[in-house]
Design a protein around this ligand. Structure first.
Ligand SMILES: FC(F)(F)Cc1cc2c(N3CCN(c4nnc(C(F)(F)F)s4)CC3)ncnc2s1
Length: 492
């Protein structure tokens, strides 16, 4: 690895965003693999300076702000890299692992080297994802440990060991055809770590945490994208470092242009969020980027990722495009229904809980009261929106079906009835709750279907008695026409 020093030395000292971009660019364009440990140390060092201990109050109460962009000296980076190299090469006796491909013992050993160096505190704070944090503070978060194992493996020349990422967990793949898997880090709070085990049993549970076998399998380039995407520009709950955000954004565009984000929906979502904050001239708008994330998940992961839809839904909600936001959330629910809920899926449970019990109620309130969003009151007369809310809940119910842990509780029902009751009764009569033709897993067996049909005939008088479901009004239902009909007392 000594040779890497000669190549990268010329970039130092790093004094601004451009110099960091040039370093990453050369690493990505080199005929050798990009050096994960080097890039993680560099990015972690900059993030640490730009987001932690920023202001040092002085006695005359003016804030002494450090120079905005840190000067990163090669000596600093070289010392930390050498520290990492010494730790890893000093702890792993490679003669014990003669085969060209890695085995489970080696992976576990590398994980133990990282694991045993960790301090026992603060695992879920911010800025603990880089090797800079590991080497200067012995602290790493869940992602950081998994990344550290892969960076250490690269340093040991084990180029078959790669990062595998779900939407809330990380593990590694290895072996001749890259199909062996191993846990190398912990997950969540109060869960015993499963380090060294294959993930096969966890995948069998059909939990969202393991994405039913559709994780992002990284190569070295996508691992660089993970370093950049996992960077965290936040200084505190309300403030982000502008410089760190700009650096992350430019690095993500560099990776995007090289095609290294095309199979990484979360990184695309991250980029979309950054573009909303500070649009780059000549680049696609956030909505296009979020759509690319959705398209990537459909194309590469059999539409098993939730976050592409919630990234776009959150953006549309912030822009007060409520009808479209609700459609995204129905699509997110269409994904989660493919899984069984297990106790380690809390993160996505919280996501759906917030949508159901805060965001959708806020929308129906905002458009029904005499508020600035009253122009969107027609949402409450739009059968398509109503159908999307029903699809949203139906997906959550299907998620719960067959799960070891219940999802819904009475609090959900209270918010559900609040939201649905805000819709005009006529609108509620105008939707077709038929099953999707191509949706075999929600196929009910014959007699259930008949029962349901007989039920709907008996209990739901607004449906035309000939039982032909009224297809969704194509959303053209306008507030005016609905109100006109109401005045006429038209009861179709
Ligand atoms: F490795 C783990 F365990 F940390 C799992 C990973 C998470 C994650 C990520 N995140 C998580 C999702 N995330 C979201 N931010 N907003 C989201 C949305 F709810 F708006 F969709 S999802 C922030 C970035 N961004 C890039 N890569 C990864 S790999």
């Amino acid at each position: 690895m000594a040779c890497f020093r000669d190549k990268v030395k010329k970039h130092f000292p790093l004094t601004d965003i451009k110099s960091v971009i040039n370093l990453f660019k050369e690493q990505l364009e080199s005929n050798e693999e990009p050096n994960l440990a080097l890039l993680s140390i560099v990015l972690g060092c900059i993030e640490n300076t730009l987001t932690l201990n920023r202001a040092v109050p002085t006695n005359d109460d003016t804030k002494l702000l450090r120079p905005i962009f840190p000067i990163v000296d090669f000596s600093t980076v070289d010392a930390l890299y050498t520290q990492f190299e010494t730790l890893v090469k000093g702890s792993v006796d490679l003669t014990k692992y003669p085969s060209g491909y890695s085995n489970r013992d080696l992976v576990k050993k590398i994980s133990d080297v990282i694991w045993s160096s960790l301090s026992r505190s603060f695992k879920d704070k911010a800025h603990l994802q880089s090797l800079y944090s590991f080497l200067t503070g012995n602290k790493l978060d869940c992602f950081g440990v998994a990344f550290g194992v892969v960076a250490a493996a690269q340093l040991l020349g084990r180029n078959d060991i790669h990062l595998s990422l779900s939407e809330d967990h990380a593990w590694v793949i290895f072996g001749e055809d890259g199909t062996d898997t191993a846990e190398v880090t912990w997950h969540g709070k109060g869960n015993e770590d499963k380090r060294g085990q294959s993930i096969a049993l966890s995948v069998a549970e059909k939990s969202w945490l393991y994405l039913n076998g559709h994780p992002v399998i990284c190569n070295r380039m996508i691992e660089v994208a993970a370093i950049v995407s996992a960077a965290n520009p936040s200084i505190n709950f309300t403030t982000d470092s502008i410089e760190m955000g700009a650096l992350q954004q430019e690095l993500l565009w560099l990776l995007y242009d090289k095609g290294h984000l095309s199979k990484y929906p979360m990184a695309l979502g991250n980029l979309g969020d950054l573009e909303e904050i500070s649009p780059t001239p000549g680049r696609p708008p956030p909505l296009c980027i979020f759509q690319e994330a959705i398209t990537s998940a459909i194309k590469h992961y059999d539409n098993h990722h939730v976050y592409p839809y919630t990234y776009m839904g959150a953006y549309l909600y912030r822009k007060r495009c409520y009808k479209e936001a609700i459609k995204c959330w129905a699509e997110a629910s269409n994904v989660i229904r493919k899984f069984n809920y297990t106790r380690e899926d809390e993160e996505i449970y919280k996501e759906f809980l917030e949508i159901a019990n805060e965001l959708i109620p806020n929308i129906v309130k905002a458009v029904s009261l005499n508020t600035l969003d009253r122009a969107q009151m027609n949402i409450l007369y739009n059968p398509e929106v109503y159908a999307d809310i029903l699809r949203f809940y139906d997906g959550i119910c299907e998620w719960e079906e067959g799960s070891s842990t219940p999802v819904l509780h009475v609090g959900w029902a209270q918010h559900l009835t609040f939201s649905l009751n805000k819709f005009d009764p006529r609108t509620r009569a105008k939707i077709d709750v038929g099953k999707d033709e191509d949706d075999e897993d929600s196929e009910m067996d014959e007699n259930d279907e008949n029962d349901n049909e007989s039920n709907s005939k008996s209990k739901d008088k607004t449906k035309p008695q000939n039982g032909v479901p009224v297809s969704t009004n194509d959303g053209k239902e306008t507030l005016k026409s609905a109100l006109d009909d109401l005045k006429k007392g038209d009861s179709t």
